[in-house]
Design a protein around this ligand. Structure first.
Ligand code: ZN
Length: 401
């Protein structure tokens, strides 16, 4: 049993910080939360003095690519042998956990690297976060897909698409990822253009439904977004050209938006080696994406947290940077940014009963930061002092970023 003593709690529900609090927990979950000194503390409890610190729920990133490393030119990934890539992925997932992200949703991987590393973590060979993974991305036959060898499962027509969905689930996918529009990252790809048809996407949603899981849709263009929402996907990834009608539809269906502005932030900060087709596409998309994100929030659309970690210079372990970016851009207050990356994201991936907030009975995924970081979250990615994952302290702290 552990007691975090005399700390400030930001519980992830969007409620303001409360100081002078104690949290009692173990591997079975959070046992008690009360003003300092009020809990009955069992003998042999390890007491951690946490005055001046803030405790947050373990953070959740709903959009990462665990087996991409963050190369300036993502094509270089094709030159790394799968076995080496798997070991690197394991190391980077350990870093992700130490950086405060206790749960990640991996939206597309190559050759089963995701399944292997997830298994290695669950077997205890390596340390890492709770992982929900999709396996390959289900896509129609499209130009540019070969830039990421093995990432896309190309299929056409309802029957083929349904079969691909079943194959990913058979391989171990926890949910499914599909392409509703073209992609920025793929040369020749047209981000605004719709891809899979509504009927094709509906087949994927039906197969996910049978197992009580959900579908994530990569979608930039307005028509592709509406097609995906119509088909019943749970999350719209990126949502760059989301329009009024799309917002209406998302509100009606309760669909989540996963904006990923930190991708453009890293590209602008580095540039070196980034292929021209990625830079130019990003330049003329950034303001549209920002407008769409703000309009969605204003209208009350569900929004969750995703960083596209693994893309260009977007290294695993830096996942929390986007929270500070949201605060800096006036999109969220610090407490709202924390809510987005905790309870809102837990709801998006269907794990809200177990994780996402600091409440008695929930899993003890907790992170400790200096309370001063709550002012604007600047530098939070380097300020994670301790992580408890399932009630156990994570080793190797602080992380080397
Ligand atoms: Zn992505």
């Amino acid at each position: 049993m552990f007691l975090l003593e005399n700390t400030t709690i930001v519980d992830g529900t969007g409620a303001p910080p409360v100081s002078g609090m104690d949290i009692l927990f173990d591997e079975d979950g959070i046992k008690g939360i009360a003003a300092t000194g009020e809990l009955e503390v069992p003998a042999n409890t390890i007491i951690i003095k946490a005055e001046g610190k803030a405790v947050l729920p373990g953070l959740i990133d709903t959009h990462i690519h665990m087996d991409l490393h963050g190369y300036g030119n993502t094509y270089d990934e094709n030159l790394v042998e799968d076995k080496l890539r798997s070991v690197r992925t394991a190391q980077e997932m350990a870093r992700t956990l130490r950086s405060g992200f206790t749960t990640v949703r991996n939206v597309g991987s190559v050759n089963g690297i995701d399944f292997a590393v997830k298994k290695a973590i669950e077997e205890g060979y390596v340390q890492g976060p709770r992982i929900l993974t999709s396996g390959q991305i289900i896509s129609m036959t499209a130009e540019g897909n070969d830039y990421f060898l093995g990432l896309y499962h190309e299929v056409d027509g309802v029957d083929e698409v349904r079969k691909a969905a079943r194959e990913q689930l058979k391989a171990g996918a926890d949910f499914l990822k599909l392409m509703a529009t073209g992609a920025v990252m793929n040369p020749g790809g047209v981000p605004g253009a719709p891809q899979l048809d509504v009927e094709e996407m509906r087949a994927v949603v039906e197969e996910a439904d049978k197992l009580g899981t959900h579908v994530a849709a990569h979608a930039h263009g307005a028509l592709g977004i509406k097609n995906a929402v119509e088909a019943g996907v749970r999350t719209i990834e990126h949502g760059t050209f989301l329009d009024e009608a799309g917002i209406e539809l998302m509100l009606k269906k309760g669909t989540y938006l996963v904006p990923t502005p930190v991708v453009g932030y890293h590209m602008a900060a580095h540039q070196e080696g980034i292929p021209a087709h990625m830079l130019s596409e990003h330049d003329h998309q950034e303001s549209s994406a920002d407008k769409a994100h703000r309009a969605a929030i204003k209208a009350g659309v569900n929004v969750c947290y995703g960083t596209d970690a693994g893309t260009n210079y977007n290294y695993h372990g830096l996942n929390a940077m986007q929270m500070a970016l949201f605060v800096e851009q006036g999109i969220y207050t610090p407490v709202e940014a924390i809510h987005c990356a905790s309870l809102a994201s837990a709801k998006a991936i269907g794990l809200q009963d177990e994780i996402g907030s600091i409440e008695v009975g929930k899993v003890a995924d907790l992170i400790v930061i200096d309370a001063a970081l709550l002012e604007n979250l600047q530098g939070i990615e380097k300020g994670i002092e301790q992580v408890f994952f399932g009630g156990k302290p994570v080793e190797g702290m602080p992380p080397k970023l």
